[in-house]
Design a protein around this ligand. Structure first.
Ligand code: GLN
Length: 423
């Protein structure tokens, strides 16, 4: 991280946002980078203590909260998920439905804000702030000066909000929506906060520092999807191909990126390119993605080695033989398919079959279903005794009739016969 920062620090192109004094007067040389792992370890370099406002980086988080409050259908009714290829403050609503194209441009973010539940304006605003705080794992605060300036200059956002009101995408007072949206833009954070917020999304919605479950997995997936396709405005395609990390930028000069299952990343450097994305921030992400192999489409390498052992062992006292299958690693679709295919291509030749998943790291839902089906089919064969070693109940509970044997006596019989399991 130090190396990346040193190499990119010389880049002196771009201009800081100039529509409010708090942004135009900022030191353009400020530069910070933070990375938070999904187990909550935080690394940072540069001016990591500097506070700045979230600006548009707030948008995906309000979207996640709206998804929680309204459900996916309710949100899609009001805000579409199509990349607009337009600037962040474009006045663009779909011709027929009046829906903003996506939640990452201002039109969509204003509509999204209006979808958050609240008994009144203050309650809605507080819920948004509380939610951001839970995602960040600390009590975040508004920068009141930035908010005042935002409100004094929010003419374009007001225009968009009135169009949304006219198209009946929002109800009530458009002014309140602009106020609340401006407040969410004015939440003060550091790169550390943003890295933890990103890591919460990377970790399936569980804050890796506080362990609080703050976003449902479905809302995380939806939010990351729109970040990937729409998060970098009119340079979204360029970003997906060159960096390949779901991300969101803000005019304060920050960029937040989420690599699902791995890390949350945040960069801060105020000078912006013509799209409103931090110049050094973009280069930093390009460097990190290339150096650390973080492009989402580079993908994990093909699943292999899920079946660590498959062998036939003799049982004691001439009780015959048992085919033992040991499964290891984190089993998802591709791993489960490999295991299922092994049973189809090479059916066990003994009447006793033992499947041992005690050393697996876990099964996702589809893998669990596939392996249970493998067991069910084995058990439905005549003269077959099936044992399952699953002390952590990775494969879930079974009813009495369909439960495979637990094979408790098998290791003993093997030991007596001199065929030690795992040898
Ligand atoms: N406050 C800014 C606006 O709404 C935020 C825009 C951004 O960060 N891209 O215009």
């Amino acid at each position: 991280m130090d190396e990346v920062l040193n190499e990119c620090a010389d880049i002196a192109v771009g201009h800081v946002a100039d529509y409010i004094p708090q942004l135009s007067e900022v030191d353009p040389s400020l530069y910070a980078l933070a990375v938070c792992t999904v187990d909550g370890h935080l690394y940072h370099v540069g001016d990591a203590g500097t506070e700045f406002t979230m600006q548009s980086i707030a948008k995906p988080f309000t979207y996640a909260l709206a998804l929680h409050d309204q459900g996916l259908e309710g949100v899609l009714e009001k805000v579409d998920v199509e990349p607009s290829g337009e600037a962040y403050n474009e006045i663009s609503l779909e011709p027929d439905s009046g829906r903003p194209r996506n939640p990452m441009i201002n039109a969509g973010a204003l509509a999204t804000y209006a979808l958050v539940h609240g008994s009144d304006a203050a309650h809605r605003r507080q819920r948004v702030l509380d939610f951001y705080s839970a995602v960040a794992g600390r009590d975040l605060e508004l920068n009141g000066d930035v908010l005042d300036s935002e409100l004094k200059t929010a003419f374009r956002n007001r225009a968009i909000a009135y169009l949304l009101r006219n198209a009946e995408i929002i109800g009530g007072d458009p002014g309140e929506v602009v106020d609340g949206y401006s407040a969410q833009c004015s939440v003060s954070v550091t790169v550390d906060d943003l890295a933890v917020m990103a890591a919460t999304l990377a970790n399936g919605g569980v804050n890796p520092v506080t362990h609080a479950h703050v976003v449902e997995p479905g809302a995380v997936r939806q939010t990351l999807s729109v970040m990937l396709t729409c998060g970098m405005y009119d340079s979204a395609g360029d970003w997906v191909t060159s960096v390949g990390i779901p991300a969101k930028s803000g005019v304060s000069g920050a960029i937040l990126g989420v690599l699902p299952g791995q890390v949350g990343i945040a960069v801060y450097s105020p000078p912006l390119d013509k799209h409103g994305n931090s110049v050094r921030g973009v280069v930093t992400f390009e460097r990190l993605s290339a150096d650390m192999g973080l492009h989402i489409m580079s993908g994990p390498k093909a699943t292999s080695g899920v079946m660590s052992e498959a062998y036939v062992a003799d049982l004691a006292d001439g009780a015959g033989q048992v085919s033992v299958y040991e499964i290891q690693g984190d089993i998802r679709f591709a791993g489960a398919e490999l295991i299922a295919r092994e049973f189809i291509d090479n059916p066990p030749q003994t009447s006793r079959v033992m499947i041992d998943v005690s050393r697996a790291g876990g099964f996702d839902d589809v893998a669990r279903r596939i392996i249970r089906e493998v067991l069910r089919r084995l058990m439905s064969q005549q003269d077959r005794d099936v044992y399952l070693v699953d002390p952590d109940e990775y494969l879930g509970a079974y009813s009495e009739e369909e439960e495979p044997g637990d094979g408790a006596d098998v290791p003993e019989m093997l030991a007596e016969a001199g065929d030690l399991i795992n040898e």
